[in-house]
Design a protein around this ligand. Sequence first.
Ligand code: ADP
Ligand code: MG
Length: 356
Amino acid sequence: DSIFELRGVTKYFEDTCALSDINLNIRNGEFLTLLGPSGCGKTTILRLLSGFETPSSGDVLLNGQVMNDVPPEKRKVNTVFQNYALFPHMTVRDNVAFGLKMAGVDKGDIAQRVREALAMAHMDHLADRRPGQLSGGQQQRVAIARAVVNNPLVLLLDEPFSALDFKLRKAMQLEIKQLQRKLGITFVFVTHDQEEAFAMSDRVVVMNEGQIVQIGSPKEIYEEPASLYVARFVGDINILDATILSSSGNGMYDAEVEGVPMALHSKRAFPENRDVKVLLRPEDLRVHRVAEGMLDEPHLLGRIAQTVYKGATVDLHVQLDDAHGGISLMASEFFNEDDEEIIYDAGERVAVTWVD
Ligand code: ADP
Ligand code: MG
């Protein structure tokens, strides 16, 4: 039940390859986010979906029909742009009504649908204002009302919150997610912000240099990144050198991690004597005072380089001993006022372990 499909789509702008052999199924009714750094091809995908660009090769299908040369106005696909693109001389109401008027919709119908769209965007009380009399967040809401008023099949949103401050951005993320649930239509959202992508999406498409590098739920992408690139892009990550020594069955391996023998677990199959990287999120590391006595479990030794207070959590930066590669690790632990345990001095000797 895919609504949009990109089949082997490549897009060149003169010599620049913006997209290379993109294959993507967008499911009907899902909230899908394209996530990647600036220049990776996110906007180009949206423009291929909306019809503002045609593929150099490959096909764009909407409901199973090839749409490569179908113009934007014949697709029932609307876009919300970063700069809102409202008509400055028109009221909020007239901005939202504009497309329906152009389409020759009956006057009574227009009034009714505009009222509904403005109520949904929580902008009904400001219907007589002009864009210049609204805040950035309010203008964004008008742009969204205008984009949903003619019942599109798919709504495309290209970094719509990048001009908003942090708090408003968070609030709008929740609102847009709720709106998508309520309307039940497909949203394709673009952002370079990993937290924003995770907060809103059913599925995230991670991109790099014109290619899709992983598609999955936020949880899958965070917990099982397909590559070092994805792991780094979606959060802080510690990377340890290890060697698989032998398999002990059920996905368990005897290994040596930064020179210390320990057991590792992996869903992937590895041959013996294979050098690997172990990826650990900061929240999976545990820091212990060495003075408490030696730990039973295998551990890496080092010193506290820095502690960074974050409110609910504290980041502990640990410089491992040269015997463990001399690398820096970052552990993130919950901070509790009564818990003096995790207040460390710079230079303190510590041991690092992790939870699997
Ligand atoms: P993103 O939205 O992820 O930042 P874009 O899709 O805008 O990336 O751009 C992808 C690549 O294609 C970039 O290298 C960009 O410079 C190039 N590009 C995009 N649009 C055009 C255009 N109209 N003409 C030439 N190059 C373009
Ligand atoms: Mg862009």
